[in-house]
Ligand binder design. Sequence first.
Ligand code: SAM
Length: 216
Amino acid sequence: MPQFRKPTGFFGRILARGMAWGHKDFYKNTDKVLNLRHDDRYLEIGFGSGLFIKKYASHVARIAGLDCSEDMVNLSCGINKNLVKSGKAEFKLGDVSSLPWKNDEFSVVVGIETFFFWSEPIASLKEIYRVLATGGRLVIEMAYNKDDGLDHTKHIKKMNLKLYGANEMTKMLKESGFNDVVITCYKGFWIPFKGHVVPKGMIVKAIKKKKLLRRS
Ligand SMILES: C[S@@+](CC[C@H](N)C(=O)[O-])C[C@H]1O[C@@H](n2cnc3c(N)ncnc32)[C@H](O)[C@@H]1O
């Protein structure tokens, strides 16, 4: 189970590819909200295999990624080797709470199935705010969330997750400087569920409206 938090080694690489297959619906729903343009400067946190980038983001102007697993950095570099070779994409090792980029570098930041693993959510959201340019957008997708109608007691224990609901997300984003928070839900038919409840995946979008006062 710690493999979901930080996929490592041979099994981690297999799992990451499996997740990309299993997350197909999450990817599609995230892509709709992201609405990526050719001139976007894109940063993905916790990219795992990098297959979302290959399928949905390869047309943007610039691609950067950060993941806390060295094996995921290597896997994504391999999967996106043409983008890396051309100098358009870079994948770095690190933790989201300390991003190795300057202020205002990106027009869009995305995190798919990763936010619930972050140990410092507010510090991390503030870091994302810092590297986003004014007018830039943040999109966070979470299939598992507090409002999805499921009992996650087992997952929380097994995967060491911290789940959030829409109200908490809005509060944390505002505290980190973001505006225009919009939260949408999609029906996650394939997410394991019990009885008649169809769980709801959550996609959170927020905008950086104000310029940072302190610049690096
Ligand atoms: C469940 S996987 C999701 C991978 C990919 N986004 C996908 O949907 O296929 C979570 C990913 O987030 C990364 N991750 C977890 N915590 C992180 C952190 N604090 N900073 C950077 N990456 C993190 C993990 O290494 C892993 O690759």
